[in-house]
Design a protein around this ligand. Sequence first.
Ligand SMILES: NC(=O)c1ccc[n+]([C@@H]2O[C@H](COP(=O)([O-])OP(=O)(O)OC[C@H]3O[C@@H](n4cnc5c(N)ncnc54)[C@H](O)[C@@H]3O)[C@@H](O)[C@H]2O)c1
Length: 441
Amino acid sequence: MITDSTITRRSFISGGAALAVTASSVVSAPRAAERRLRMALVGTGARGSFTWGQDVVEGYSDVVAIVGLCDINHKRVEAAKKLMGTTAPSFVDFDRMIKETHPDTVMVTTVDATHARYIVRALELGCDVMTEKPLCTDEEQCVSILDAQKKSGRKVTVTFNARHDPEAKRIKGLLMEKAIGDIISVDFHEYLDTSHGADYFRRWHRMKQNSGTLLVHKASHHFDLANWWLDSAPVEVTAFGDLKFYGRNNSFRSTHCRVCPFKQQCKFYWDVTQNQDYVKLYVDCESEDGYLRDGCVWREDINIYDTMSMVVKYENGVFLNYTANTYLPFEGQAISINGRTGRLDYNEFGGGGFENKGLRLTRSFGKSEVIQDLEARRTGGHGGADTSLHDLIFRGSQGSDPLGLRADLRAGARASLIGIAAYRSIEGGGKTIRIKDLVEV
Ligand SMILES: NC(=O)c1ccc[n+]([C@@H]2O[C@H](COP(=O)([O-])OP(=O)(O)OC[C@H]3O[C@@H](n4cnc5c(N)ncnc54)[C@H](O)[C@@H]3O)[C@@H](O)[C@H]2O)c1
């Protein structure tokens, strides 16, 4: 299922009209003949430039007009503009962009910990918002977004592309049909390898203050899937996490790969200059912010976890057992959903000559079958999931979403809050954290 490769609550949980926002205004964008959706974008790194830039310019220009681009790095925003092939004006001042370009919606693709400030400001300035996951990285940000949405009445959409994976959709459909009866528990294991997994430890993600750890940055995808599949809200979280492999766990280190004296002996040496898009977006822009895309995975400032293990209890009584390990010989996921009358298994992992892949339904006292009638995989990023997401939000009509693929503010908040509760639990030595103690609205 989907991975994040760069190329490849108190009362709000119980609902309330003001917070029950959907993607409706984005989705009901005026038809092309009348008016295109005016979208401004903040954060012109890889995700902004390609998925929400180039792909939108190439595939959706009949319905979407990118009206402005903003980033704190002025060289990067210019490089992104060229990569996207747009003539939209570029800005380093977000307020100025909004005031001069009058967008209907703002797409937020900045570093995770900065999402909240742009979401809140865009809402205050009267725009709808679409944001990359995670919605936010701490509980204060979550409250500020919920408050700003309530005051503004504008719409917030969280662009959870993992829901759009064909297997994820099929699992949702099977659970809606009660194919395994009521769900009792879920086992969700995330495997990240020495390439993609290691990449998180090279980049800004390696600092908790930027990403909220991988429990927020990465696992918010997985928690959103669980919340959506289970159709329930998380109540409490108990977690353990440690940095056992990267960071200080090596005898040598440097600042970044290009200048490293250990290039020959380090298995994690990675040459950013082999990718011309990365050279344009990062290497050529280093003079402005000092950001090193090829940071050393052994740096001692790494303060996120590479090994994570936790349990989430849901309102409907389900237990979610979740683990993530980030230094494995292969990538993938192993997900099992245990129901009263059967079990669903989704596996996608393998390497070194073995493979375990597929979606399987096994009925208690009955047969086990491989589920093959999956929706055709589209072309595009993340195994076509990005295209499915774009189609839904830019071309989908209201009422055409039987699986509930659209993710609203509440979905974004719940997914982030599980990750936030998890790192608070780890900070407290495995203390159980109640979600309602984190966010009270
Ligand atoms: N859904 C997915 O599959 C997926 C995949 C990749 C990334 N993402 C999300 O997209 C976002 C961007 O990730 P990326 O891989 O493009 O990272 P990136 O490092 O390539 O880009 C981040 C950009 O944000 C800019 N930025 C940082 N602080 C800023 C600030 N205060 N104001 C304005 N701009 C700021 C940086 O200059 C950079 O251009 C992240 O939130 C990430 O979680 C989602």
